[in-house]
Write a protein that binds this ligand. Sequence first.
Ligand code: GDP
Length: 433
Amino acid sequence: MNIAVLGAQWGDEGKGKVVDLLTPQFAVVARYQGGHNAGHTVFVDRTKIILRLLPSGILHSHVSCAIGNGVVIDPQALFTEIDELGRFGYDVSNRLLISERAHIILPYHRELDLLSEARRGERKIGTTSRGIGPAYEDKIGRRGIRVCDLFDRAGLEQEIRENVQARNRLIKESTLDWRPLFDQMLAYGERMKPWVTDISVFLAKTSAAGRPILFEGAQGTLLDIDHGTYPFVTSSNSTIGGVCTGLGVSPKMINGVLGVVKAYATRVGEGPMPTELLGASGDRLRDSGKEFGSVTGRPRRCGWYDVVVARYAARINGLDSVALTKLDVLDGLDEVKVCTGYRFGSDVISEWPADLNVLAKCEPVYETLPGWSRPSSGVTRYEDLPREAQQYVAFLESVTAVPVSIVSTGSGRNDTIIREKSAASEWFGVGTM
Ligand code: GDP
């Protein structure tokens, strides 16, 4: 079985933990979009490891990890991450594969990112300023530099020269020299070379040999460039379509889709978030959930679970099943709320609107459920969850119309419930994890 695991909200849903947990069931974990702005936090034996560019499966020594053509790669960030993992005792050198078609982030993309945010002033996107957006712009503008270009000396020289000249014209008073950049890229290419391959061919062969693949999404559905809260989005397709375009695999190779959904909602950066809680309630979720960006440290905006968002994600991605994370963060609340629709004027909207002006005027309609005082934290069997927590999960299943097959009750690998007779137990078998 090849399964896609992707975020169903605004990212930071806990995909890293879920992918890390499921990885022993797979031969390959393949990332299909984004760059080193993604931050997956994984705890192994209480050691905190943050993965940015490398697929989360990299922490399992039997698994190969593929970085697809849909990913943009900052080679220096890649090497730093590989070296960091080396210091933790993880040798990735024989298990990493990089698409020859992936695009490269160059140092000037970072500067362009900062410049573009500064130009937007108050309307800034809230990007991580790592050059990811500008690298995707160059890709779509057909002037990007791909991994395979690093091995074509003459072509690379021309591309870098022209790109640097164009950039110098764009940034007033800039006199960037293309030569050191060219040398740097050649050196990067040399180090990357052993890992570079045709990922589409590799994955097709892997699948044909009956070796299962996990397709790993970064960010979340509402940050998708097409389906998210544009323009407050990331620059790639984090939704299911990105698997096909970002790895060169056919839709028929995706046998199941698991959406990772937090038991409440968070988002970083700017843009509308209808269920955002300002004040003490938001602070409570932020503090209990340690909702601070794993890459940037930025405080995340927090709010109640939003069914409009979840149903939208279910439809766009064809979710078969949900991994519900961070249920334990709601422990101890007197009551929990769930947004089941938006009041807009005299109407109640149940479909996610495209127009941000409409979204900004939407008032959440809440259903209030009882909270639970006995902790769910660390619980590993569904029947051991507090009764009200079970009611909460059942309510989310009924209103979202997707079954919850995995419940995460803490950040550790063991703080997990795999439900019996669920998609997850069918895909992976209960008791094998
Ligand atoms: P990702 O980008 O979707 O992988 O999410 P992040 O790694 O940015 O954020 C998830 C954070 O929540 C990480 O620090 C995880 O260790 C943590 N986490 C994941 N699942 C749970 C859970 O069920 N409970 C708690 N308390 N923390 C969790």
